[in-house]
Design a protein around this ligand. Structure first.
Ligand code: BGC
Length: 417
């Protein structure tokens, strides 16, 4: 994340007051990037819940998929010594912020809500810094999905694909029938989202872990990674010419409206289908990205808590943490968001077929060792390396770079400090 470098550069001699900020009594300010239709509906539930508890909600929403803009805004606020109560920060970045000494210890909320007993240990560990809870998980998103408009496939004479051969066969037919085969937004994080699903589909979970989580140099430059980029190059030929800079939810809208056939995207896309009144299995299909049926790339959204000054502000922060982990919140939020609850003890009754598949596949993949962290969504590696790798993928997507050159650049990016 390079906050340290940024902090030093900007402060140049001023003192960073350990991020302690003065929030108003009984108010929480929450930084997030949940601004699309489905996302906004989800976060509105948290606002409602906090207000019902007598805590005012100060919305700090910064648009921009996957949160790049939000993180820039957050750094500026922390450097200015006025961190919000909480921010949507995930995975290894929680540790990076912990190292800055600006996070709050929320063990009291965790003890009261018995978090250790209701979270899988692997997930609980992500939420802790040096053994203390500093973040509250809201969900588990699955990233390796393909969203399909069955009507477009039918009209094109295409079948629902399960592997890459079938996928390209379907894409050919959809394209020939005059639709956009693959809805995509040309933004680096969306490119990375497609890339990681392709790597998983081409190489399987063990390859994914070795190459993308452990950053093993031989795996990064070997034949499977070459094949991953070759596949990505082929995918490019099915994306429409107006994709540059397109937001992910607008790409999803193309599938919703029957303009496009398929989209690679995490299940926040389902939030868009649901918000548009669409029904899974009928109006749209959620299927595993080609070749990834047995694996699950996870992306856990969490609200990371910043040190705030004053007993009232601290109390409101603990109330927020408690609310986020309550079964009531985890149900209603995730019904809207497209994800599944992070905690145990939430009824499955109201969840749709996509969420139930996600719940079952999370279980099965955890047992099989194919439950893997999403690199594109900040769960796998530190932010400096992830950023450098993302840049290589974006360059590949936007140029005639060969797969050979791409794997070499990838291996170099993986060494970023
Ligand atoms: C976040 C999701 C969000 C998506 C699009 C992902 O990185 O985890 O909560 O909906 O980006 O902004």
């Amino acid at each position: 994340m390079k906050i340290k470098k940024l902090t030093l550069a900007v402060l140049a001699g001023t003192t960073l007051l350990a991020g302690a900020s003065i929030a108003q009594a009984a108010e929480v300010e929450v930084l997030h990037y949940w601004t699309s239709g489905g996302e906004a509906k989800s976060v509105a539930e948290l606002k409602k819940m906090m207000e019902a508890k007598g805590v005012a909600w100060k919305d700090f929403a910064v648009a921009g998929g996957a949160g790049e803009n939000a993180m820039t805004a957050l750094k500026a606020r922390v450097i200015a010594g006025s961190a919000p109560t909480a921010a949507l920060i995930k995975g290894p970045s929680i540790q990076e912020w912990g190292n800055e000494g600006v996070l709050a210890n929320i063990d009291a909320a965790a003890a009261e809500g018995k978090w250790d007993a209701s979270l899988p240990p692997m997930l609980a560990n992500i939420m802790k810094y040096k053994g203390h809870y500093v973040a509250a998980p809201v969900n588990v998103h699955r990233v390796n999905w393909l969203w399909v408009n069955p009507e477009v496939l039918k009209k094109s004479g295409a079948k629902v694909p399960t592997n890459f051969a079938e996928f390209f066969d379907a894409a050919d037919k959809i394209k020939k029938a005059g639709y956009v085969a693959i809805a995509h937004g040309g933004q680096p994080w969306q490119d990375a989202t497609v890339f990681e699903s392709v790597a998983l589909g081409v190489g399987g979970a063990d390859f994914y872990k070795k190459a993308i989580v452990q950053l093993d140099q031989a795996s990064l430059t070997g034949p499977t990674m070459i094949k991953t980029f070759d596949t990505l190059a082929k995918i490019k030929t099915y994306i429409d010419k107006d994709s540059a800079g397109r937001d992910w939810n607008l790409a999803t809208a193309m599938v919703i409206n029957g303009k496009a056939g398929m989209q690679f995207m995490g299940d926040w896309a389902k939030g868009e289908f649901t918000a548009a009144g669409k029904v899974p299995g009928k109006d749209f299909l959620c299927i595993a990205a080609p070749g990834t049926e047995k694996s699950f790339t996870f992306n856990v959204d969490s609200l990371t808590m910043f040190a705030v000054k004053g007993a009232d502000a601290q109390k409101a922060q603990l109330t927020l943490a408690g609310a986020v982990m309550s079964p009531e919140f985890q149900e209603v939020f995730n019904l809207n968001k497209g994800s599944i609850p992070a905690r145990a003890g939430v009824s499955r009754a109201k969840f749709d077929s996509c969420a139930l598949k996600s719940l079952d596949d999370m279980d099965a993949s955890s047992k099989a060792g194919s439950f893997v962290p999403s690199f594109a969504h900040g769960m796998a590696i530190d932010s400096a390396k992830a950023g450098a790798i993302q840049d290589v993928i974006a360059k590949f997507m936007n140029s005639n770079m060969t797969s050979q050159a791409a794997v070499q650049a990838l291996a170099k990016a993986a060494k970023t400090k």
